[in-house]
Design a protein around this ligand. Structure first.
Ligand code: 13P
Length: 254
């Protein structure tokens, strides 16, 4: 039986500063000293990564970036590359977040390039997928997700021995920052769909190993029920990851 250790990840988005992040990391680090049932990750904005890396020290908190460019280096003013985030201490990178897709017009094609570069560099991608409200209401949830997975993971599928540590985060766009959480059954249904997709496109062992996170208005009050579902292997938290006590409550959900 393959065990999938839950991952509780905080996406800080464009929030926090040196002082607030110092306090937040200290609270998280203290909150997990006696608790190792889950992996814990924070994804600060780029400028805070070196500071947070230092604060994390020997604690078990993992560090991720919120994005990266698909090229290794070059004339891309304002961009940050995979080797740069790796050198700053990131083991993970969030790719294809719906805010990147909708506000910055990132396509699954570009995300596919980023995913394969991250994997080649040994950075674990947290690939975000999710349907819009229109797509859900039109009954196109699974179609939309299939499209995003087909294209975003195309290069990974074509690789001979793909790294299966890649993590997938299901974040229904209509649940992000809106206070509306997908019902645990609704989320579980999609997670099962994603796991079947992995089985079909990779293999059954990979499907059983890959962690699939849920994201969208996760809070202390709904995390336990979401996590009780067999195919929900963790959560990707936005707003509620910015307050130490709240995030620790989410981490210690069980
Ligand atoms: P909220 O938890 O604020 O809804 O954000 C979810 C999210 O986008 C995490 O990546």
């Amino acid at each position: 039986m393959i065990e999938r250790k839950p991952l509780i990840a905080g996406n800080w988005k464009m929030n926090m500063n040196v002082n607030d992040s110092t306090e937040l990391i200290n609270i998280i680090a203290n909150g997990i000293v006696d608790y190792d049932r889950v992996d814990v990750l924070v994804a600060p904005p780029f400028t805070l990564i070196p500071h947070v890396k230092q604060l994390i020290g020997n604690s078990r908190i993992l560090l991720g970036a919120q994005n990266m460019h698909s090229e290794i280096s070059g004339a891309y003013t304002g961009e940050i590359s995979g080797p740069m985030i790796k050198e700053s201490g990131c083991s993970h990178v969030i790719l294809g977040h719906s805010e990147r897709r909708s506000l910055f017009k990132e396509t699954s094609y570009e995300i596919n390039l980023k995913v394969s570069v991250a994997v080649k560099l040994g950075i674990i991608p947290i690939l975000c997928v999710g349907e819009s409200l229109d797509q859900r209401e039109a009954g196109q949830t699974f179609e939309a997700l299939k499209d995003q997975l087909d294209v975003s993971l195309k290069n990974l599928r074509d690789m001979k021995n793909p790294d299966i540590s890649t993590i997938i985060a299901y974040e229904p766009v209509w649940a992000i920052g809106t206070g509306k959480t997908a019902a645990p059954e609704q989320a579980e249904e999609v997670h099962q769909f994603i796991r079947k997709w992995i089985e079909k496109n990779f293999d059954s062992v990979t499907a059983r190993q890959v962690r699939i996170l849920y994201g969208g208005s996760v809070k202390p009050g709904n995390v336990s029920e979401l996590m009780s579902k067999p195919d929900i292997d963790g959560v990707l938290v936005g707003g509620a990851s910015l307050k130490g006590d709240t995030f620790v409550q989410i981490i210690r959900y069980s």
